[in-house]
Write a protein that binds this ligand. Structure first.
Ligand code: UDP
Length: 239
């Protein structure tokens, strides 16, 4: 389904998308592939903001479940993990000749700019890839919710949630040959079906802000542009 009418896009990547096949937390080759992909999307005329997760390093809920650390502290560590991933993506983008800026919801002025809406809009308007670190800046949230929040604030036309598969399926397509891919869903349907592709808080905010969520595979060549131009399959969750 072509979604060409979208121009300003927030791309949500999970931290695991950066991992090496041997389990190392960061793979330079994967990073440069992502940077090429995001650079191609800007050259195709899209304005791109990126929210990257931290699941390749720490997930606060899982860590605090072990009992030795409280949830807010573990989540703070998770947010710092997203900052490390953001700096890695910014570096890869710059190496690929793509101008990029990292802004963090958690203030760390000697490392990167602190997120503020107006300067963030300015970076986007200049055609820079805006890398948004630190999630929402608050514990008990995820970077999926941060992605929708920033998309709403920055008037993005859609969130592109990059995953391992080319959309939302009725069952796990890796284990169930009868699984079918949904072409289109409403936010209400996504919430009612308790789809695991994003958490309920993220879907609820997207519903309230009327922000479409496009779910597509990170593994397609030039995946971001291909998904946005509708030349590869995806699922769109829209009002
Ligand atoms: N996190 C947080 N607040 C936010 C976003 C993230 O506390 O607004 C923490 C939380 O501990 C989370 C971790 O950062 O588990 C990494 O983010 P996430 O789990 O969303 O990463 P992903 O699964 O996308 O790699």
């Amino acid at each position: 389904m072509p979604v060409k009418q979208f121009r300003r896009i927030l791309v949500k990547l999970s931290g695991e998308a950066l991992m090496a096949s041997d389990g190392y937390w960061l793979d330079p080759q994967t990073l440069s592939g992502l940077a090429e992909d995001l650079g191609a999307a800007t050259r195709a005329g899209f304005e791109i903001a990126v929210v990257i997760g931290g699941g390749n390093i720490i997930r606060g809920a899982r860590m605090s479940a072990a009992g030795w650390i409280d949830r807010p502290t573990a989540d703070s560590m998770g947010m710092l993990g997203t900052a490390m991933n953001s700096l890695a993506i910014e570096t890869a983008l710059n190496a690929a000749g793509v101008s990029a800026r990292t802004m963090s919801a958690v203030s760390m002025p000697s490392i990167c700019e602190t997120y503020a809406r107006q300067p963030a809009l300015h970076h986007l308007q200049k055609g820079q890839v805006l890398v948004l670190a630190g999630g929402t800046g608050n514990p008990f949230f995820t970077t999926d919710t941060a992605a929708v929040l920033r998309a709403a604030e920055l008037r993005c036309d859609a969130v592109l949630k990059a995953t391992q598969v080319d959309g939302v399926y009725s069952a796990d397509p890796k284990t169930n040959p009868d699984a079918v891919r949904y072409e289109k869903l409403t936010h209400d349907e996504a919430i009612a079906k308790d789809l695991k592709v994003m958490d309920t808080a993220a879907f609820a905010l997207a519903r309230e802000s009327r922000i479409p969520i496009i779910v597509g595979s990170i593994h397609a060549p030039s995946s971001v542009t291909a998904i946005l131009n509708g030349t590869v399959p995806s699922t769109i969750v829209a009002p």
